[in-house]
Design a protein around this ligand. Structure first.
Ligand SMILES: NC(=O)C1=CN([C@@H]2O[C@H](COP(=O)(O)OP(=O)(O)OC[C@H]3O[C@@H](n4cnc5c(N)ncnc54)[C@H](OP(=O)(O)O)[C@@H]3O)[C@@H](O)[C@H]2O)C=CC1
Ligand SMILES: CC(C)CCC[C@@H](C)[C@H]1CC[C@H]2C3=C(CC[C@]12C)[C@@]1(C)CCC(=O)[C@@H](C)[C@@H]1CC3
Length: 332
């Protein structure tokens, strides 16, 4: 039986490369690409079919920052499919990114050059805003919209003959110091991206605890530093071009400088080929590339506190309850 794979944020960057790579691995899968615009998803479908003409590719419209749209997409997926084998929760935003060059400089002068250059710890700030639902946009797009989607797709993901898989695109920028349970949406700080990715790591850990016995497994990956629409927004384009020779040199030392979306999707594709029962679910899988361009995957233990993870999960459930009450007309 063909496997059904759903990918969010499939129209560009890591998500698009992932779609191509999954079809290279197994041309028989049914690939469902989730994008927030119909035009973009159709253009992406055509692009994928141009290189994989025999592939089965369908599209679903979902704006993860709009919870009504998430509920509608889940309803449509429930009608269309009997089960989902893989869900790649990959869409993400980092709005109005600013680099703190003072922190970068201090980091470079400290002994932690590689750590700073690969995690950007304490170096990046973002300006967040509220969604139409009154939630923080980065939290909603990167984590909560996906959380609602997963919960609404539970009937397609749980109790299947073979285990189903959730694969979240997290980041090595995920930091406990940027996250607080009392402000889990990160309304007060300026590191909403880092906070949302840490919250993603926590959520994945708890999802395993709650759902492994129903045959659903969750993993987190980091694609490394990849040049995509998201990263090109951090610095002016000409500056990136000027920095490129230095960045390619840094790649000889910084294995997570994967740079291309193809390389960035390595951990996602590797997980596609693994049996979940053998994975360490407290590990983040990092896409890595050697200086000469060979791709590989490195597992690294996550810095997560299980008690905090459980408390966050309870808060997500409370918020979910409020949202489902608000949109009760969209439920079956
Ligand atoms: N690039 C990097 O260095 C790193 C990226 N990541 C993560 O990788 C993932 C993919 O990012 P990347 O490929 O780099 O960047 P891109 O900007 O190329 O891709 C992001 C994708 O998310 C989609 N998206 C954004 N907002 C929404 C929304 N509200 N609803 C639905 N889809 C949405 C975008 O769609 P649209 O085209 O419509 O905007 C796009 O397809 C993200 O989660 C990111 O945080 C993690 C570590 C490093
Ligand atoms: C390397 C150059 C000489 C100078 C570039 C400085 C910064 C613009 C980059 C250094 C580390 C980078 C980085 C990211 C963005 C660009 C930098 C800050 C990320 C935050 C992008 C998104 C992620 O999720 C992280 C994994 C990246 C970590 C490293």
């Amino acid at each position: 039986m063909e496997r059904v794979v759903l990918v969010t944020g499939a129209n560009s960057g890591v998500g698009l490369a992932l779609c191509h790579r999954l079809l290279e691995e197994d041309g028989r899968i049914h690939l469902c690409i989730a994008c927030r615009s119909v035009q973009k998803s159709e253009a992406t479908r055509d692009l994928i079919l141009a290189t994989h003409p025999a592939a089965q590719v369908s599209t679903v419209e979902v704006d993860l920052s709009n919870l009504a749209s998430v509920l509608r997409a889940a309803q449509e997926l429930r009608c269309r499919f009997q089960r989902l084998d893989f869900v790649y929760l990959n869409a993400g935003i980092m709005p109005n990114p600013q680099v703190n060059f003072k922190a970068l400089w201090q980091g470079l002068l400290s002994g932690k050059v590689l750590h700073i250059l690969t995690t950007a710890e304490g170096m990046m700030t973002q300006t967040d805003r509220l969604t139409g639902d009154g939630l923080q946009e980065v939290f909603t797009t990167n984590l909560f919209g996906h959380f609602i989607l997963v919960r609404q797709l539970q009937s397609l993901l749980c109790g299947n003959e073979k285990p189903s898989r959730l694969i979240w695109t997290s980041s090595s920028n995920a930091r406990e110091s940027a996250f607080s349970l009392s402000d889990y949406q990160h309304a007060k700080g300026q590191q909403s991206y880092s906070s949302s990715k840490y919250a993603t790591d926590l959520t994945s850990v708890v999802l395993n605890r709650k759902y492994n016995n129903q045959g659903l497994y969750s993993s987190v990956v980091c694609p490394g530093l990849v040049m995509t629409n998201m990263t090109y927004r951090i610095l002016p384009f000409f500056l990136w071009k000027l920095l490129m020779p230095i960045i390619w040199l840094i790649r000889f030392f910084a294995k997570t400088y994967t740079l291309t979306p193809y390389n960035g999707a390595e951990a996602h594709v590797w997980l596609f080929k693994q049996k979940p029962e053998y994975l360490d679910l407290l590990v983040k899988y990092h896409s890595c590339t050697t200086g000469l361009g060979r791709c590989y995957v490195e597992p690294r233990k996550m810095d997560v506190d299980e008690d905090t993870a459980e408390k966050l999960y309870q808060k997500l459930l409370e918020l979910e309850k409020q949202i489902l009450e608000r949109y009760s007309d969209l439920l079956d």
